[in-house]
Structure formats: structure tokens, C-alpha cells
Write a new protein. Sequence first.
Length: 262
Amino acid sequence: MIEYIDNSFTYFQYLSLIDRLLAEDKTTGPDQSKNRVGFGRLNRARMKRLEKTLVLEDGDSIQGKAIMIATGVRRRHLKVAGELEFAGRGILDSGAKDKDLVRDAHVVIVGGGDAALENALVLSKNARTVTVVHRGKDFSARNEFVEAAKGRPNIIFKTMHTVRRFLGNEKLEGIELIDEIGNPSTIDVQFALIRIGVEPNTELFRGQLDLDEKNYVAVACNFVTSIPNVYAIGDVACPNVPTIATAIGSAAIAVKELKLTV
Ligand SMILES: Cc1cc2nc3c(=O)[nH]c(=O)nc-3n(C[C@H](O)[C@H](O)[C@H](O)COP(=O)(O)OP(=O)(O)OC[C@H]3O[C@@H](n4cnc5c(N)ncnc54)[C@H](O)[C@@H]3O)c2cc1C
């Protein structure tokens, strides 16, 4: 029997799947239910060849013959002063969602990849200025985004600059930057969006599973990890192609393999 911890669906898909699993449980009797479906935030994992135990935040512990890890990735933080303090008070969560907020405002976007440049294009339609702060010289964003951004008169580029801290009182009012030779400067902004990539949610598995140099779970082509019957699927194991199609495809391969081995 495989214990089930879902991490690979939207919230609503998740609920409907859980409903289905719980309904199936009822057909096998209430005493089976706790053994089959676990639901909660994973707090600890013990993954060994012969023992696989997951401990949820509420202390509930689930044991199974196999584990499918799909904990995905999370946005990387700058880890500078003011970043947490001004979250929701000037530091935006999403360019697309917050595009109406920035009307006539000065905005900074931190990052040089697709997400940064795409958001610069979105926000520059409403903002007075959008300053793209990027630590490198060249952008890793696709060329069409870079060229389009260069063509917008209200998008300003500050390459070879890093953020030292976010400034303000009640709300974000400015950002202190450092250039490549260490000179500080400050720009006045009302909003900022940080898009500096993602990192995998693998802290719980470190020291137990083999991870790659960027801390993604190392998997074989059937998505099995370094421990038999522990699989990793989706973004947490596919850093190069983080898409829904990859997540579903890797899940399909892993499930097929798992049916043969468990
Ligand atoms: C803004 C945005 C737009 C995107 N647009 C597209 C698109 O148009 N097309 C496309 O193909 N892909 C798109 N993607 C990528 C796609 O969403 C991912 O590739 C896909 O969701 C990966 O699925 P996953 O199951 O691996 O991870 P996720 O969907 O990230 O799910 C991981 C889940 O694990 C949970 N989790 C993490 N740690 C724990 C824990 N300790 N305990 C319990 N749960 C935990 C997380 O809360 C999360 O719910 C987009 C991504 C983003 C951020």
C-alpha cells in the first residue's frame, strides 16, 4: 500500500482528489481510513531502504512502502534588510495581479531572467517608470523580452547592480543599490518585485537522498531517487523543464514503475 501525500495539484484539484480518496476509503471501512490518506504539511521525513516514515506538522506519522516527493520549488529571496518588512507594503507578490496598483508609480524589478523582464513589460504599461536591477551584465531572459523591454521608453536598466536594502517607514519608499565597485546609490520607488529564480523544497530530504549541486533531488530516468521506492517528480526533480506537462509526465512514469516494484 502506498501512502498518499499530494503536493502536485492546485488546491481545488487537491480537494477533489482528497474527496475521492476519502470516498474510496469509506468503501474499505473506517479503520482503514487513517492508514490510507494523510493530509498536512510535511515536517520530517525518514527515508531508508526498509523504513519510510513521514511526520506531519500536527505530529501525525504516516508509514508506507513507497514515497512520491512532489514538493516543488519556491521563489528565491534576496535576504536583505527590509525584504520581509515591506512584503505587501510595496514589495509585490505578482506583477500580473498587482498591475493596477502601480499606476503612475516608480517600480523596481530585481532580476534578469524571463520572469523579471516579462513582469517589467507588464508593469511598464501602468507604471511611470520600471527600473530593472540586475547583478549581471547580460540578461538570461529570452531575447524577445529583452528587445521589447529595451524598446519601452519608461523601462530603465541598472545592470551590474545589487540590492543592499529596502527603505521606508510604513511603506516602501526607496531601494539602496550597490554597483560593481561597491558604490552605493538610492532610488525612490513605491513598488518592487523580486524575480531572482527559484530553489527546490528539499531541506527535509537533505542527508537522506542524493541531491544535485543545486539541491534538486537526483533521480534516474524512472524518477526513482537514491533510495529504492522513493520517487521525486515535478519541479523538485526537473530543474531544466519546470512545467505542468513535465510534472504530469514524470508522475506517470514514476507511478508505472512503482506499480511494478511495490
Ligand atoms: C507564475 C507561474 C506561472 C506558471 N505558468 C505555467 C504555465 O503556463 N504552463 C506550465 O506548464 N507551467 C507553468 N508554471 C510551472 C508549473 O506551475 C510547475 O511546473 C508545476 O506546478 C510543477 O508541479 P509540482 O507538483 O512539481 O510543484 P508545485 O505545483 O509547486 O507543487 C508543490 C507543492 O508542494 C507543497 N509543499 C512544499 N513543501 C511541502 C511540505 N513540507 N509539506 C507539504 N507540502 C509541501 C507546496 O506548498 C506546493 O503546493 C508556472 C509557474 C509559476 C510560478
